[in-house]
Design a protein. Structure first.
Length: 229
């Protein structure tokens, strides 16, 4: 059985040297760079005990490494849980209690508070990822073996997004591999995105449009993104 979402993204790869992300300071991240890092991160997640269906909660700033982490979770069969970087610990406690992640990735400067919260909630693993690729996660994944892509069916969960909570307590909306893939495919066709397009990406990637619309659509089209903070 294939990995429904990740295999579609891999199949659309326009070539390892094609730029996926153009950085404001002038750097370029190729498709090969991003998918290679996703493979190592997937290996590290599995090595840390993340199993298919496990939640991975992520509260980090926008970076190409954070996008690779999302792809790694999909590749490893985990369920990606992006969290607004503005949430304080009091709000995070609700989300982490409700979602029951097996691993949390946070910004290096928030490690102490989130580790204390994770210990309180019985979450065993906290990793860190900074805007410039600093933190424990990339260092730990540097020597991780790249595992086979974990099989996931169209109806298996790929992500959880929490609602805004304007009319009550936030609720976790579950998104399957087919939910994300079909949405991206339809938008790619309707918006006529191609490998020649470059998207000015200004949204945060904890946001549903910033990640699941913009990034997934460009990945399927084989286009490039200018990543603005």
């Amino acid at each position: 059985m294939a990995n429904h979402l990740y295999d579609a993204i891999s199949a659309a790869n326009p070539g390892d040297s094609k730029p996926l992300i153009l950085l404001p300071e002038g750097g370029r991240v190729s498709y090969g760079d991003a998918l290679a890092l996703a493979g190592r991160l997937a290996g590290h997640l599995i090595r840390r005990g993340v199993k298919p269906g496990d939640r991975v909660a992520v509260q980090v700033e926008k970076s190409w490494q954070a996008l690779a982490l999302y792809l790694a979770c999909v590749r490893a069969g985990a369920v990606y849980l992006p969290l607004n970087t503005a949430y304080p610990l009091a709000e995070l406690e609700y989300f982490l209690t409700d979602a029951e992640p097996s691993l949390v990735v946070c910004q290096p400067e928030n490690e102490a508070g989130i580790t204390a919260l994770a210990n309180k909630l019985g979450i065993k693993t906290v990793e860190t990822l900074g805007t410039w690729g600093d933190g424990s996660l990339l260092s730990a994944a540097a020597d991780a073996p790249i595992p086979p892509v974990v099989a996931r069916a169209p109806g298996d969960l790929a992500a959880i997004l929490y609602t805004s909570g304007t009319t009550g307590r936030s609720k976790g909306a579950t998104l399957t591999h087919e939910n994300l893939l079909s949405n991206a495919r339809v938008l790619k066709d309707y918006w006529r995105f191609t490998a020649n397009d470059i998207l000015l990406h200004a949204l945060p990637i904890y946001h549903t449009h910033g990640l699941f619309v913009a990034c997934n659509v460009l990945l399927l089209a084989g286009g490039s993104m200018i990543f603005c903070a």
